[in-house]
Write a protein that binds this ligand. Structure first.
Ligand code: BES
Ligand code: MN
Ligand code: ZN
Length: 543
């Protein structure tokens, strides 16, 4: 496969003890206010002529989160030490470590180090498995760059091959090897287990970033479907791609209407992974896949319209999560339905005033063609809950501008019809350090979505938009335990400082890969619950 010089490399990982960790860059996390070097690193300190401890004692590096210093060592197998602040010890979290690892990896790359040593486990005051996992995520996510369209790097390459779903890597990349430094044999298997899982999660998120960053002239519904085929090929995931005429035959008026104005016809991708054939429990993933959202006839202002290339981030996250789940061979059954369409204005486009019959039979009066995501999701949700019959379903969608106003760019909104399911999501989100916050599904919001000529209308106006959108979706879910994640603010960064400063493994610009890691943890959580409890969906239904 072709490679992209700017992307994260396929890193080799080795495990070593402190005395054997000979790497051109060596990362040491430093705590704020302690002004002291961890005695574990006193050999390195000696080799630096005491420079490391002096930098800390003098406060030249205060240990504030992300603050860093580089110290070069002469005549030593370690040629530079990178001291990175991780903040106060009592506020130290695995996410701070993930962020510091990202920072260290980028500094190492900038200084053209071929390898980086990084203490995990007790040497970093952390659990060896958790820190092995966070190290992989921090480094692999942190090294991500999307630059394949810079012409000097891609001039001779064939585009189709380059855009293969598997994340591109670079043979000539400077940083190619990571030494995970552990206290001894006892930590090795834990660190390895953590790293391997973290690598799968981060690679999947980087693949999703590639898909979301892909420009909309290339990322059209058919292209997404091809990528989904490639991504799932050797993983035991079944895939079915429905084309426009089949979508029409199925009566999926929502998907069809949104896609009508585009020369690039819609697709419906259905994915199936059976990791636990004995279990009766199946989890559903539904993702909004609008490959470009111009707003349609209710056209958006042009100022930020280009960012609507990211409007398929929900569908991409579902695909990435499924890929990671299959690679991890998690014992869980997943069905995923990804409706894909391009929302454009045209003589054939759907328009305000149209009445559309959805897959479920409900009719929808179109008030605003820019409220297109719910039209796709309505069909996909009723298909997955009523026809395919999953036991629980989670949907991810860049659904409303309102959620960005309400929660900002670092927190996604969650709507849930089941408190236990919601709690599981929050637990999964704690593992990924992705932030979610609950928003309500009160009946009032449903009232706002009642149609005058049809059963429903597709827009309830500006007030409470994320909530009315969720209330619309609820009409297509029935009794199935359901979570709706509105990731409009978190999926794509536009010169964002906050998200990056808090989480240096996120990009300042472009796709974040939000949702992938949380979905994998959620699926894992759920599979454990289902197996250890009663193998019944009642676990998710409130009594
Ligand atoms: N894709 C947009 C939502 C969005 C906004 C995503 C900003 C990412 C960043 C969605 O299709 C949309 O246009 N929503 C409208 C709905 C309204 C017309 C009811 C919105 O939120 O303004
Ligand atoms: Mn829209
Ligand atoms: Zn949209």
């Amino acid at each position: 496969m072709n490679r992209d010089k700017n992307s994260a490399p396929n890193l080799e990982v080795v495990y070593s003890t402190l005395d054997k960790a000979a790497a051109s860059s060596f990362f040491i996390p430093v705590f704020e206010e302690e002004k002291k070097l961890d005695p574990n690193f006193s050999d390195l300190n000696k080799a630096s002529g005491g420079a490391l401890s002096r930098i800390l004692e003098t406060g030249e590096n205060s240990g504030k989160f992300k603050e860093f210093s580089i110290v070069y060592l002469a005549n030593h197998p370690v040629s530079r030490v990178i001291l990175v602040g991780v903040g106060k010890r009592k506020e130290f979290t695995i996410n701070k470590f993930r962020g510091a690892a990202a920072r260290a990896a980028r500094i190492a790359r900038r200084s053209k180090s071929p390898d980086l040593a990084l203490p995990v486990g007790s040497l970093a005051s952390l659990d060896p498995e958790e820190s092995g996992l966070a190290a992989a995520e921090g480094i692999i996510l942190g090294l991500y760059r999307y630059g394949k369209f810079k012409s000097e790097q891609t001039a001779s390459k064939n585009h189709q091959e380059e855009s293969e779903f598997k994340h591109n890597e670079d043979e000539n990349h400077s940083l190619r090897k990571v030494h995970l430094v552990i206290s001894g044999e006892k930590e090795l298997e834990f660190a390895r287990k953590g790293w391997e899982k973290g690598k799968i999660l981060a690679d999947a998120a980087n693949c999703v970033r590639d898909l979301v960053n892909e420009p909309p002239n290339i990322m059209v519904p058919a292209f997404f479907a091809e990528q989904a085929k490639m991504a799932t090929k050797h993983l035991g995931i079944e895939i079915q791609v429905l084309e426009k005429d089949e979508i029409e035959k199925m009566g999926m008026g929502g998907i069809l209407s949104v896609g009508k104005g585009s020369a690039n016809p819609p697709r419906l991708v259905i994915l199936k992974y059976q990791g636990d054939p004995k279990s009766k429990f199946t989890l559903g993933f539904v993702g909004k896949g609008v490959t470009f959202d111009s707003g349609g006839i209710s056209i958006k202002p042009s100022e930020n319209m280009h960012t609507m290339t990211s409007d398929m981030a929900g569908a991409a996250a579902c695909l990435g999560a499924l890929k990671a789940i299959a690679e991890l061979k998690l014992p869980v059954n997943i069905l995923s339905v990804l409706p894909l369409a391009e929302n454009l204005p045209d003589g054939k486009a759907y328009k305000p005033g149209d009445i559309v019959k959805m897959y479920s039979g409900k009719t929808v009066e179109i008030i605003n063609t820019d409220a297109e995501g719910r039209m796709l999701l309505g069909d996909a949700l009723s298909y997955i809950t009523k026809t395919l019959k999953v036991d629980a379903v989670v949907d991810l969608a860049t659904l409303t501008g309102g959620v960005v106003v309400a929660l900002g760019q670092t927190v996604s909104g969650v709507f849930s019809s089941s408190e236990p399911f919601f709690q599981m999501l929050m637990k999964a989100a704690e593992k990924s350090s992705e932030k979610f916050w609950p928003l309500p599904l009160f009946e009032e919001y449903g009232m706002q979505m009642k149609g005058s000529l049809a059963d429903l209308k597709n827009s309830g106006g500006r007030y409470g938009a994320p909530c009315t959108a969720a209330a619309f979706l609820k009409e297509f879910v029935g009794e199935t335990p359901w979570l709706h994640l509105d990731i409009a603010g978190t999926a794509y960064m536009e010169a964002d400082k906050m998200a990056y400063q808090q989480n240096p493994y996120l990009p300042k610009n472009g796709a974040t890969g939000i949702g992938v890691r949380t979905l994998v943890h959620l699926a894992e959580e759920l599979s454990q619950k289902m197996n250890s409890l009663i193998q019944k969906k009642e676990v998710l239904v409130e009594s």
